[in-house]
Design a protein around this ligand. Structure first.
Ligand SMILES: NC(=O)c1ccc[n+]([C@@H]2O[C@H](COP(=O)([O-])OP(=O)(O)OC[C@H]3O[C@@H](n4cnc5c(N)ncnc54)[C@H](OP(=O)(O)O)[C@@H]3O)[C@@H](O)[C@H]2O)c1
Length: 332
């Protein structure tokens, strides 16, 4: 699989990476851990060597599954994980309330003080069963901690050899500007899909100009852009997708309408809708790597098929014309 250099870091990442959020089960209505491990093994064996996880995914479970799946293959893979979310300590900035997989109430806080970043790193290393993390990213900005303090902690971890590079997620241009005054930021990880192109206005131009890598997350809009979901689709209890704007009407039907319009382009190419959507995302300016979540080997193999061809400029512009025509209201 094609690899790309990540910003100013010396990391090379696969152009399509394995997203390990859903395999933690939390906010996804549960997950099958055995299938999850097989999914990661399949990804790595087929060249999708970059894996993105986070401490909070399944409250540590996702990182443990990643550690299990990459046993004996550490040098082949690039592990990206995230810090700065608390579910067992009420410190920092209150984010939201939820339930864990046993139905117990949990409160999620954003907390990225120096002390917390350093201890989160040790916890992640332990769960991942490794002695270094390729890219350590703040998951969500913590307004109770100065950005410079979080960046100082990343610098300490690089010096100690515990991480190779540091990055951010969900950072605005303003926050990135603050971060780069004291730290060589490798990347920003942000939401991006055919139906969510907000980053194109400010974040993409800033990252291109400053050589900061971009990870595009939720490129399949959490499964919706695969085309498998139709009205009446049944989600498991605890799956947060139906309560998010893209899954509510009229957005849901508008997005299905878009898929009907672009399906002939996929058919002509003899590729699946997921492959078409992921290839389009990989080809967008400024995008270094597309994070595609998957629960099992067959989803992984389908997604990897997105790297076996290149949409032409003409096909991309036909797709863009359809995208421009759809209405999405993210305030519902
Ligand atoms: N930094 C952040 O704040 C942040 C936020 C969100 C995501 N991320 C990262 O980005 C990654 C990707 O985003 P995402 O997982 O939210 O969404 P996504 O990649 O758009 O969608 C993933 C989900 O779609 C379904 N799916 C994937 N491939 C499929 C296929 N070929 N056929 C049928 N169904 C398929 C699976 O769920 P079902 O089988 O249940 O439908 C899968 O879990 C995450 O795993 C995570 O690593 C980061």
């Amino acid at each position: 699989m094609e690899t790309r250099k990540l910003g100013q870091s010396d990391l090379e990442v696969s152009v399509l990476a394995f997203g390990a959020w859903a395999i933690g089960g939390w906010l996804w209505g549960g997950a099958d851990s055995k299938e999850a491990v097989k999914a990661i093994e399949t990804a790595v064996d087929h060249g999708m060597t970059t894996i993105d996880t986070a401490s909070v995914y399944g409250f540590g479970l996702s990182e443990k599954l990643v550690g299990k799946a990459i046993k004996g293959k550490r040098v082949q893979v690039q592990i990206l994980t995230k810090f700065g979310m608390s579910w067992d300590e009420k410190r920092g900035f209150f984010f939201f309330s939820s339930k864990d997989s046993s139905g117990k109430d949990v409160e999620i806080y954003r907390h990225a003080s120096k002390e917390k970043v350093l201890s989160d790193c040790d916890d992640s290393l332990r769960r991942l069963k490794t002695d270094y993390i390729d890219l350590f990213q703040i998951h969500w900005a913590d307004p109770t901690t100065p950005v410079s303090e979080t960046m100082e902690a990343l610098e300490i971890l690089i010096k100690k050899g515990k991480i190779r590079a540091g990055g951010v997620c969900n950072y605005s241009v303003e926050l990135m500007k603050e971060a780069v005054t004291s730290f060589k930021l490798a990347s920003n990880q942000v939401p991006y899909s055919m139906v969510n192109r907000n980053i194109e206005n400010e974040i993409v131009p800033y990252c291109i100009e400053n050589n900061i890598g971009i990870f595009a997350y939720s490129p399949l809009q959490r499964g919706l852009l695969t085309g498998k979901m139709k009205p009446g689709y049944i989600f498991n209890d605890g799956d947060s997708r139906p309560s998010t704007p893209y899954y509510k009407e009229p957005n849901f039907s508008n997005i299905l309408g878009l898929l009907d319009e672009i399906k002939p382009i996929a058919d002509d190419r003899k590729v699946t809708l997921s492959q078409l959507v992921l290839n389009w995302t990989i080809r967008q300016p400024g995008i270094t790597c597309v994070l595609a979540g998957a629960r099992n080997p067959s989803q992984v193999l389908d997604n990897i098929g997105a790297t076996g061809f290149n949409l032409t400029d003409e096909e991309i512009s036909r797709i863009n014309n359809f995208i421009i025509g759809i209405q999405i209201d993210t305030k519902i």
